[in-house]
Every structure is written in C-alpha cells, then in structure tokens.
Design a protein around this ligand. Structure first.
Ligand code: 5GP
Ligand code: ZN
Length: 117
C-alpha cells in the first residue's frame, strides 16, 4: 500500500502514532478525531496515501464508495442514522483541509447549521 513516511495519517494507519480505533478493513482505517466538533466525529481514511480529492483517479472509484459505506455503518453504530450526520471531505486549504491525506469526516450527534462556515 503506497504510503508517505512524513504523513500524519499514514503514521496513524501504521500505528506509529496512537489513535482511538473506530473501524478497520483491508482498505480503510477509521478513528476518532482528536478535536471532535460534535459528539460523534470520526475520520474515515483510505490506507493508500492520496493527498487530496484532486489526486483521485478512476482507479479510486471503488475506494471512494467504501468510504461512504463505512460512514453509513459507523453512523448506525453511533445511533445517529435518523437524527442526521454530515459526511465532509475538505479539499485544499481554502476549504479547511489541514492534513493532506484524504479523510471523510463523519460528524453527528448534534444539530448543525447550514451553510457551513
Ligand atoms: P481537515 O482539516 O484536514 O479536513 O481534517 C483534519 C482533522 O484531523 C481535524 O479535524 C483534526 O482535528 C484531526 N487531527 C489532526 N491531527 C490528529 C491526530 O493526531 N489524531 C487524530 N485522531 N486526529 C487528528
Ligand atoms: Zn498519508
């Protein structure tokens, strides 16, 4: 699996940095955000290092589907399927991306406003 030795999330995936486990399979790792913005705030991360949505190719089509299916399952486990949740994937600094290894935020457990800031 392609990884970047300097990437924070690659280090978390490889357990070089600790994290609070939420889910893992062959292609994904999910863990709780260190600075949660809601009662449920989980980051769902592909094990392959992909820096931004801009770097996705056709080869990642199934992987992106897996991120959302994992979000759906984790939302059900957290009991927020019906109350509602956000699946957020920030692309580039102007949109709020601070870690350059793509990750789907699963955020829920409280009422949220729209539009986002
Ligand atoms: P972004 O701003 O790139 O969309 O999201 C990065 C997220 O990673 C932020 O919500 C931030 O709180 C979280 N984060 C940054 N460093 C760590 C860390 O070391 N451990 C965990 N669990 N989350 C982190
Ligand atoms: Zn990475």
């Amino acid at each position: 699996m392609a990884h970047d030795p300097d990437c924070l999330f690659c280090k978390i995936i490889r357990r070089e940095i600790p994290s609070k486990f939420a889910y893992e399979d062959d292609t994904l790792y999910a863990f709780h955000d260190i600075a949660p913005q809601a009662p449920t705030h989980i980051l769902i991360v592909p094990k392959e290092h992909v820096a931004t949505v801009n770097d996705l190719t056709e080869s990642h089509e199934a992987l992106i589907g897996k991120l959302f299916l994992a979000a759906k399952r984790l939302a059900a486990e957290a009991g927020i399927s019906q109350s509602g949740y956000r699946c957020v994937l920030n692309c580039m600094r102007g949109a709020g991306q601070s870690v350059f290894h793509i990750h789907l935020h699963l955020i829920g457990g409280r009422l949220m406003g729209w539009p986002p800031g």
